[in-house]
Design a protein around this ligand. Structure first.
Ligand code: SIN
Ligand code: FE2
Length: 216
């Protein structure tokens, strides 16, 4: 029988103007991506960053790329140096660049050239409150966000914090891409439900690719 909808076939769900979910797009490459996460974390370990307001984030984070997203007592910033190691962040692994490029092309952003990749790790209960990604100087570049490990509920709203929210379950291999009109839309992750994932154990991981430098 001709199997038009095998479990492993990715599909696309429009989310908002300029935004789409590429369901299971990274699923077949999950193994390699987990390996690459371990390599990044061996050089720049996961840490719980402290917000300028003194709140310790529940999500553990690290970065790779020429710039990494971090916090200090004055605010949120991109830095070329990991403040924990005093060294540059690890290079973006080839497996990361490839999936990000392929996803950006599939979502209609073929020229996206990320120089920053934030790696988030959620343990049970960890969440990311509703926020905008607005620390990047060039908002023409989209955001590419790859989900791995345990499922989580993603909230996606509008330009105002009070705009209605869509709630979508993101599972291993799902890639959300947003840019253009929705580049500054509010989004967040609801507290992770406990579970055991065959590849990720008790965690959810997320790779967020961004262009954090100003285009010349
Ligand atoms: C983020 O907004 O930086 C991460 C979203 C996610 O974990 O899916
Ligand atoms: Fe974000």
């Amino acid at each position: 029988m001709l199997d038009l909808f095998a479990d492993s076939d990715p599909w696309q769900e429009p989310l908002a103007p300029g935004a789409t979910i590429l369901r299971r797009f990274a699923l077949a490459r999950a193994d390699t991506l987990f390996q690459a996460i371990a390599e990044v974390a061996a050089l720049s370990p996961f840490r719980h960053m402290v917000t300028p307001g003194g709140y310790t984030m529940s999500v553990a984070m690290t970065n790779c790329g020429s710039l990494g997203w971090t916090t200090n007592d004055r605010g949120y910033l991109y830095s070329s140096i990991d403040p924990v190691t005093g060294q540059p962040w690890p290079l973006i692994p080839a497996a990361f660049s490839t999936i990000c490029h392929d996803a950006a092309v599939a979502a209609g952003y073929p020229y996206f050239q990320p120089d920053a990749c934030l790696v988030n790790r959620y343990a049970p209960g960890a969440k990311l409150s509703l926020h905008q990604d607005k620390d990047e100087p060039d908002l023409r570049a989209p955001i590419v966000s790859v989900s791995l490990g345990l499922p989580a509920v993603f909230q996606f709203g509008g330009l105002k914090r009070s705009d209605p929210l869509k709630r979508l379950m993101l599972e291993q291999g799902d890639v959300v891409v947003w840019g253009g009109e929705s580049r500054l839309f509010y989004h967040g992750i609801q507290p992770l439900k406990p579970g055991i994932h065959p590849l990720a154990g008790e965690y959810r991981y997320n790779l967020t690719f961004r262009q954090a430098s100003d285009s010349e």
